[in-house]
Ligand binder design. Structure first.
Ligand code: FAD
Length: 614
């Protein structure tokens, strides 16, 4: 914080402010420049966009590519696929909008130097599955970041955005954001005409399987701290499908991806006794969800469900049969390369546990739940749809604008649109940016006004944990135990325990009910009260405090949505013990919530699902 403890306030004026320079944020920054040649475009990122977000380590496949140039798939096919996987509930307008543009995004990636594998026979991109294409993707993120860096007026790395600012001249209009530099401690005030939130999803709101020294090992990036939800919720943006958390079946302990193994290497699973088990649970699952079990492909959550049932019946562990495929040297190479470009930790875990998949079939397990909007799940903000395609009820402004004016979103931030993955998230960033530029241009000379009082009040709140620590540290015992403050790690573990035990985490095998959820809400409220007693020893911990703040808001939202939806729509993701079946008659709808920061109250409602595609 500087030699004499002084802290600067840095003011930044922008036309478009992109919060989070991950895949969607890079797409938004790039496209903002394309449509807004003369605009001031600022991207702000808490890490460094070179290697930030869920794609930081690289990927081995781009999971959303239509292949329209070769007539492989059409956008309508992708909507059908996502709808099926999410048990009927997706925003078809938003999904279609991404699908019709995603191929052009992938072509840009290739132009920028991303090596995409080709099928030697056809010359087309090498397919891993119907929607996935294989890449040599270790440098995927730096490559995409370069495009954003060149497009931005300025990229501010190492700034943790904590709050959005609202316009003083017009209610419900965004005016910017505040945050602090995690290295220098400087306070940043961003004033902007339009804001695009693209801050990723949420890990570590439920207790992870790996605890103690291994707690950073989760499937989803540990730095995905729910800002994408916390920031908009606090200013009153409506959220949708927040109950639709995702649980992943992955290789045990390393969370290595299984997609390439299933799809490309044609491996399969069996129980601990070497038996096929999915078919055994057909009738049982049909009784819960009806015809959804007969769909192709079988929805992701239902495949989890079969695993959970089989393990609960005492026939675990579930294993992936790799020993057959790995006899083929080509497949063996692909199997290992799959990890080296994306999840090197899985290879290290296998080495440390004496597992050579050529000779041993490795165990699979189901992860703790995560909240995100771009994978086989669709939690996030409720957004206005494309002008030419969205039903009237889904249109109240510019494409991808939330219910707060001037506030846009993309990637994991936006709800209702599962299966966009990396390429779809970048595409959605582009779509949001094009609309945001139009919004800014339509605004003309008008400028949202920021209140000095608002950001100075926030400044006090943001840095208070440093003060709490400075004052309270004299009473510390045993190194970290303090009677007057909580460290962020303590708060995080408390949050994870509440979510795990009351909202359907691993320790209850994803089971919850109305009684548990209501008690969970009471405990979350107590944690909320204690947040003003957070202590931060340094700027690193201060960042952790504000990440926890966002995680806590998102967790409350997840809990309220889970309580509101009185059915079990996605067995395998979570179960409502008091409403164990899917109920299409009453719940074939989206759940929406809105938090009112003036009263602290939440309002829940249903929104219709329109099936635009047959
Ligand atoms: C383990 C895993 C494997 C995956 N595998 C594939 C795959 O094989 N193929 C594929 O196509 N897709 C894959 N995906 C999906 C893909 O990674 C996501 O769809 C995509 O990254 C979502 O983009 P995003 O921009 O919304 O989030 P991210 O890319 O995660 O970006 C969010 C950014 O916001 C920043 N940020 C967060 N909070 C703040 C804050 N408060 N202030 C400032 N900055 C902030 C973060 O640092 C980050 O840079 C995978 C995802 C995961 C988690």
């Amino acid at each position: 914080m500087g030699l004499f403890g002084g802290r600067k306030t840095v003011f930044v004026d922008a036309d478009i402010l992109v919060i989070g320079g991950g895949i969607a944020g890079c797409g938004a920054t790039y496209e903002s420049r394309y449509w807004g040649r003369d605009l001031k475009i600022v991207c702000v990122e808490k890490a460094n966009i070179e290697r930030s977000g869920a794609v930081a380590q690289g990927l081995y496949a781009i999971n959303c590519y239509m292949g329209m140039q070769w007539g492989e798939n059409q956008p309508e096919d992708h909507v059908r696929y996502a709808r099926n996987d999410l048990m009927g509930l997706v925003r078809e307008d938003l999904g279609y909008d991404i699908a019709r543009h995603v191929d052009s995004t992938v072509h840009k990636f290739e132009e920028w130097g991303l090596p995409i594998m080709r099928d030697p026979k056809t010359g087309r991109y090498q397919r891993e599955g119907k929607w996935q294409i294989m890449i040599h993707g270790e440098s995927y993120k730096p490559l995409v970041a370069e495009a954003a860096r060149k497009a931005a007026t300025h990229v501010y790395n190492r700034i943790m955005v904590t709050h959005l600012l609202m316009d003083t001249t017009k209610p419900n209009r965004v005016a910017g954001a505040v945050g602090f530099n995690v290295r220098t401690g400087d306070f940043h005030v961003f004033r902007a005409k339009a804001v695009i939130v693209s801050a990723g999803g949420a890990s570590h709101i439920f207790k992870p399987r790996a605890v103690g020294e291994g707690m950073g090992r989760t499937w989803y990036a540990p730095w995905s701290s729910a800002s994408a939800y916390g920031l908009p919720i606090e200013v009153g943006a409506k959220m949708t499908q927040m109950e639709n958390r995702i649980v992943l079946t992955r290789f045990k302990d390393g969370y290595g991806p299984v997609g390439a193994y299933f799809l490309h290497l044609k491996t399969y699973t069996q129980n601990g006794y070497g038996e096929e088990y999915e078919k055994k649970w057909y009738e049982d699952t049909k009784a819960l969800v009806g015809d959804y079990i007969d769909r192709h492909p079988v929805p992701t959550c239902l495949r989890n469900h079969a695993i959970l049932k089989e393990v609960a019946a005492g026939r675990g562990p579930i294993r992936m049969v790799t020993t057959e495929a790995f006899q083929d040297p080509h497949k063996e190479t692909v199997g290992w390369e799959n990890f080296l470009g994306m999840t090197i930790g899985q290879a290290v875990v296998w080495a440390s546990q004496n597992i050579d998949p050529k000779h041993t079939n490795p165990e699979l397990t189901t992860s703790e739940p995560y909240v995100m909007g771009s994978h086989a799940t669709c939690s996030g903000a409720w957004a206005s749809g494309p002008e030419d395609y969205a039903p009237a009820e889904y249109q109240w402004g510019y494409n991808r604008m939330m219910t707060v004016e001037g506030l846009f979103g993309a990637g994991d931030t936006i709800g209702g649109t599962a299966h966009k993955f990396s390429s779809g998230s970048f595409t959605e960033g582009r779509i949001a940016a094009k609309a945001a530029v139009k919004y800014v241009k339509d605004m003309g000379q008008t400028k949202p006004q920021v209140s000095e009082k608002e950001y100075r009040d926030l400044e006090k709140v943001i840095y208070q944990p440093l003060e709490n620590y400075r004052v309270g540290r004299n009473e510390i015992t045993a190194g970290t135990v303090s009677p007057s403050y909580l460290l962020p790690i303590h708060g995080l573990q408390r949050l994870e325990k509440i979510m795990d035990e009351y909202v359907g985490g691993i320790s209850t095998t994803y089971m919850t009910n109305g009684v548990l959820l209501n008690r969970g809400l009471e405990l979350l409220a107590m944690l909320k009260e204690d947040m003003s007693h957070m202590g931060a020893e340094d700027l690193h911990q201060l960042q952790r405090v504000w990440e926890l703040h966002h995680r806590l808001i998102a967790s409350e939202s997840v809990t309220r949505h889970t309580l509101y939806r009185e059915e079990t729509r996605w067995p395998g993701y979570y179960y409502r013990g008091d409403h164990p079946k899917l109920d299409d008659q009453n719940w074939h709808c989206f759940t929406l919530s809105r938090y009112d920061r003036n009263t602290g109250k939440w309002k829940m409602e249903k929104a219709p699902v329109y099936h635009i595609i047959d």
